[in-house]
Ligand binder design. Sequence first.
Ligand code: NAD
Length: 508
Amino acid sequence: MFDQAATETIEVLNPANGQPVGSVAVDSPERVAEVVARVRANQPEWEALGVEGRYRWLGRLRDWMLDNSERIADTMQAETGKVRADTGTEIYYLTDLINFYGKKAAKFIGDETVRPHSPLMAAKKLTVQHRPYPVVGVISPWNFPLALAMGDALPALQAGAAVVVKPSEFTPLGIDEIVRAWREEIGGPDVLACVHGGGETGGALVDNVDFVQFTGSDRSGRKVMARAAETLTPVSLELGGKDPMIVLDDADVDRAANAATWGSMFNSGQVCLSVERIYVEAPVYDEFVAKLTREVGALRQGADGRTPAKDVGAMTSPNQRAVVEDHVADALEKGARALTGGKAVEGAGDYYEPTVLVDVDHSMKVMRDETFGPVVGVMKVRDAEEALRHANDTRYGLAASVFGEKQRAERLGRRIECGAVNVNDVIVNYVLMDVPMGGWKESGVGFRHGEHGIKKYCRPESVVVHRFGGKREPVWYPYTKSRRGLVGRISRAFNARDWRRRLGLRAR
Ligand code: NAD
């Protein structure tokens, strides 16, 4: 556990071998307040650049990331213990995101002209303008250190906010490098900053900013929301998941098994959208389990270099490996069997074997709580209705997948209680930034991506302009019998939906 009070420097260790790879200084609450005040002072000028002007700057950041992608991947690999292939996804996603919001921002947050609904207000010109929260605080986890920090910072910047990021204390180096490059190599305006530390630094950020975008565990998310309530600061929370996959008896079993393998083991299962539990209709259960076990058993685990040569890397946080060990031990004790894997890898580095568990049920932690590791439990079900009941038997609701004949699978998928359903695919909804991504139930509050993913960083300001008319409105002073009577008669004439009431006659 990271004890902020005990240290003023965070030493970052490579989870693949335990070797130190760098360090950052911890920012005190006073320092956090200073950083927020500094970017706040620069925000009005940033906002004044407009959508196009801001996109020009963010485009330079996109180009810098593309030009330095190998360097960034080196840092990612060193601080997370990821395999090379898993580091690449972050830069693809971020550069795509810059272009997406750069192109769409004018439509999503540009002025909206609205016609008054009532003919009585025809003289008013109505416009809604979307003004950014001046400073957005982004608090992020360690599993995708860049995608989850910059992924939320970028739409906030495009909206015109200044942003202060507090990355995970386990993975502060990659984001530090990007913020430094924005300032020193790109020469970007001083509206993007980074502060370091654990919960205390994060709490100080919540106290000082105008909007909090948090990604992490539901445990910390609750604390952030409670703290933000003290200052009535709005929050958006992207929390954990326990995503189910359903395999129907008319599924392409090869595709389903390949998807389950990647969906549960990608990034060592440290993905909020990981496939953590699978329900398979009885007729295809044996075939599916055999294929899944073969695929997972063949994965190459370990550290690689710049050339992708391994499939599954290390567990980024030692705490998380302990959670995985606890879930598997609990399942095995209650009667589950590991068909492949089932234990931590001995030796240097925090590795856990890619694991397939069968004979699991919902009394086991591995089917109820977020495991967040390279472990998947598979259950045989009688039919689709039983699969659906199990899929919805959870406090989480981030995403799900259904494999089967596409219309039948879609019909079933629409009944799962979660923020996104992938039919005959897994995890892919995350990169489809055209549609909202977020959690139902205890998986979150608020959404990222799509129109909502940028609009949430803005407050609507309704601008009402009186275009023509006399010196006085009928509802203004002086109140006289005749003027109030006129207002009443006009209101009745427009709002009543039958002639008797329009004419002021009593209902029979
Ligand atoms: P975590 O909750 O331990 O930490 C997340 C961040 O919150 C870190 O930066 C941490 O320092 C900070 N923090 C902790 N306590 C705080 C407090 N009291 N006040 C302010 N900040 C505080 O989570 P983690 O272990 O880093 O990440 C793993 C979790 O993140 C998993 O549950 C995973 O599902 C979730 N996650 C969700 C998404 C999503 O989009 N829904 C994406 C990735 C990860």
